[in-house]
Ligand binder design. Structure first.
Ligand SMILES: *Cc1c(COP(=O)(O)O)cnc(C)c1O
Length: 385
């Protein structure tokens, strides 16, 4: 089996059940999920609070459109607005991350009257026409061009280049507070603050894409909270329904005013709304973000001690961790899965991305560290050359 087969599809592991940080294959093998679910299950697989809420709701009322008040939907909106930073008082639900960013770009246009978007190198914002236009990699874009909109890319993390690009014709600056797909890139201190100041001065919208970094992953509910920066638009999805397909856009009032015509048929449907309410309530009540911060620090310290000398860099925040290896992240992910029953994700060619459920305990982190040590130990590296 080639590396490519393993990463892009056709993994030889048929999963039938999940519980907490574990996934179980049809042959009974237990895998520690350190990223296979793309950050979509912050509470762990099939968390009882979410399962119960969803089962009850699907039996009572599976769907009615958003023009009718439904308790589950109202609870989900209230939980989301309470959980987003102060100043973000409006919200919409949608069905995915790309749809959330698509709406963010629309709202920035209607609120500013401008169309220019400034995005960053190595960004990933989704695969529909607008979000894709703000996504960096040509591989995702080329076959579908021309894409929607007028996008200028600036080097991620460089505040001076950002200052040169933002002007009074800018509708939005869209950034991930820490880049996920692009390789777990943490910007230098002060970068998000600079983006906030520049967009304020220019009258542009600051859109922070928290699709991967949100829902407690980095040790705060939202990664922008580490910098004390509140955007004009915050987008989220992935972990929002602990595995159910749902996204959201949270906005300041000046953004909401021009976006009245926005909607989607399935927006805030009762079943996903029940999942959102249960997920956010559990994250808050169980103080899951603080747990993620603590176990994340432990994991990074242990990784540094065990494999620090064999890798280029270990970086991230909370339980969003990237291990930059010297070569072949695909191969490392494959060996972790087949030899150690750990499911991790490559991000680019050289970064192994660890995005375990946030309920990970230190004992699980130990298992992860031991496995990475096994795969990255110099003997193992020489063997495979
Ligand atoms: C995954 C991701 C998206 C796209 O989300 P989908 O639900 O796949 O459309 C957008 N932005 C970031 C930062 C992501 O990680």
């Amino acid at each position: 089996m080639s590396d490519l087969d393993f990463v892009s599809g056709g993994k030889p592991i048929a999963i039938e059940r999940g519980e907490g940080p574990f996934l179980y294959a049809t042959d009974g093998t237990e895998y520690l999920d350190a990223g296979a679910s793309y950050a979509c299950t912050p509470l762990g697989h099939s968390h009882p609070a979410v399962v119960d809420a969803v089962q009850e709701q699907v039996g009572d009322l599976t769907f009615v459109d958003s023009s009718y008040p439904v308790q589950a939907r109202e609870d989900a909106y209230a939980a989301l607005v309470a959980a987003t930073p102060d100043g973000l008082e409006g919200a919409w639900f949608c069905n995915s991350g790309t749809e959330a960013n698509e709406a963010a770009l629309k709202f920035a246009r209607s609120a500013t009257g401008n169309s220019k978007i400034v995005a960053a190198t190595r960004s990933f914002h989704g695969r529909t026409m607008g979000s894709l236009a703000a996504t960096w990699k040509d591989k995702y874009k080329k076959p579908y061009e021309p894409l929607a909109g007028d996008v200028e890319f600036v080097p991620y993390g460089d505040a001076e280049e950002l200052a040169d690009a933002v002007d009074d014709e800018t509708a939005a600056v869209i950034l991930e507070p820490i880049q996920g797909e692009g390789g777990i890139n943490v910007p230098p201190a002060g970068y998000l603050e600079a983006a906030r100041d520049l967009t304020d001065e220019a009258g542009a919208a600051l859109v922070l894409d928290e699709v991967q970094t949100g829902m407690g992953r980095t040790g705060e509910m939202w990664a922008c909270q580490h910098a004390g920066v509140t955007p004009d638009v915050l987008t989220t999805a992935k972990g929002l329904g602990n595995g159910l397909p749902v996204g959201a856009i949270a906005v300041r009032d000046w953004i909401a005013d021009g976006a009245a015509s926005h909607n989607a048929t399935f927006s805030g449907g009762p079943v996903v709304a029940a999942a959102v309410h249960a997920t956010i309530s559990t994250l808050v009540e169980d103080e899951v973000p603080a747990h993620a911060a603590q176990v994340g620090d432990y994991l990074v310290d242990e990784l540094e001690a065990a494999v620090g000398d064999h890798v280029r860099e270990i970086r991230g925040e909370g339980l969003l961790v990237g291990v930059e290896v010297k070569r072949g992240a695909n191969r490392v992910a494959r060996d972790l899965a087949l030899d150690h029953q750990i499911l991790a994700l490559p991000a680019g060619r050289t970064v192994v991305r660890l995005l375990p459920p946030l309920v990970l305990e230190e004992s699980h982190a130990d298992r992860l560290v031991e496995a990475l040590e096994g795969v990255l130990a110099p003997e193992a590296e020489t063997e495979s050359r």
